[in-house]
Design a protein around this ligand. Structure first.
Ligand SMILES: [Zn+2]
Length: 310
């Protein structure tokens, strides 16, 4: 994978957009049957995706005094201080100068720098990134899912099953420990065990119970997360497949596909000012698109996995 976690390959300057990754269309699929990766695609469809889309779309669009708004309102955050970025527009200003700036910036008196980015530049950037993602996923959905699964291990059915199994086993053990604690108390009252033995026994039981309860909380949260991730991935895939011939962005596309945009302080690259921007997709996060060699390597890995599980 390209090492672009830091800036998602979307380093831009104010005039043009440079997306540093490219999907090479000349990569040939060496086998016919790349279509389905085990345990990734089934079950996703069961989720209540409608509600999730609805939830994702509920970004507030604040209008400026002059009545203009941005598709990205509510989605843009300062990469350096984490605050929301405000959308700015004015009647005295041409719409192509509408901009975002860090809400903590107050003419150099506030807690942060301006992080200025024009709405138009952001539009082009998001448009390009969505197109690149659509291009990549439409050609190599199997590669995409393979990489996705690597990062979301719980999505793989056997991990999910193990987690569910542990939740049930731990729940039973927690109940058993309650009984053991009660019995130790009884034994102590009836004089069958002395106070010291009683104290050390219950301390042990309680310690085990505490640890199990903690693990239980983590597992339950992970299971909940996994089903949410599945639903979100389904939403993402459905929406991105529609973007292959994307002509322009609209609120539905942006709010369904984009979870968050972070704008960082400018950096100098070869003497030029660049504004690093990170774009997080719904369910997927920052999408690193592999290059030609990496795609071929991943295809070999998929093929090996298939043979191993056949
Ligand atoms: Zn800031």
């Amino acid at each position: 994978m390209l090492d672009n976690r830091q800036y998602t390959g979307c380093t831009i300057n104010f005039m043009t957009t440079e997306v540093s990754y490219k999907v090479h269309k000349t990569v040939r699929n060496p086998e016919d049957q790349w279509q389905i990766i085990p345990n990734t695609q089934e079950a996703i469809i069961d989720e209540d995706t409608f509600n999730r889309v609805h939830e994702l779309r509920e970004h507030k669009h604040r209008y400026t005094a002059c009545g203009r708004t941005s598709l990205f309102s509510g989605l843009v955050f300062c990469g350096d201080c984490g605050s929301k970025m405000y959308f700015g527009a004015a009647n005295t200003m041409k719409p192509n100068l509408d901009f975002f700036r860090c809400s903590q910036y107050k003419d150099n008196r506030g807690g942060c720098k301006i992080h200025y980015i024009r709405n138009e530049v952001l539009y082009q950037l998001v448009f390009d990134v969505i197109k690149q993602a659509a291009d990549f996923i439409s050609q190599y959905e199997d590669v995409f899912l393979y990489l996705y699964n690597k990062e979301h291990e719980l999505m793989i059915a056997k991990n999910l099953a193990a987690c569910k199994h542990r939740v049930i086993a731990n729940r039973n053990r927690i109940q058993d420990l309650d009984k053991l604690i009660a019995r130790a108390y009884e034994d102590n009252v009836l004089g069958r065990i002395d106070d010291e033995r009683y104290r050390s026994m219950t301390a042990e039981f309680e310690k085990e119970q505490r640890e199990l309860k903690e693990q239980q909380k983590k597992d339950e949260a992970a299971l909940k997360n996994a089903s949410q991730e599945k639903a979100d991935l389904h939403v993402f895939l459905n929406a991105i497949r529609e973007c292959i011939d994307l002509k322009e962005l609209n609120g539905t596309i942006v709010n369904t596909l984009i979870q968050r945009i972070e704008v960082f302080n400018p950096v100098k690259v070869n003497g030029k000012r660049h504004v690093p921007v990170k774009i997080y997709f719904t369910a997927v996060g920052v999408l690193d698109i592999p290059d030609e060699d990496e795609i071929l390597k991943i295809m070999c890995e998929i093929s090996k996995d298939k043979k191993a599980s056949a």
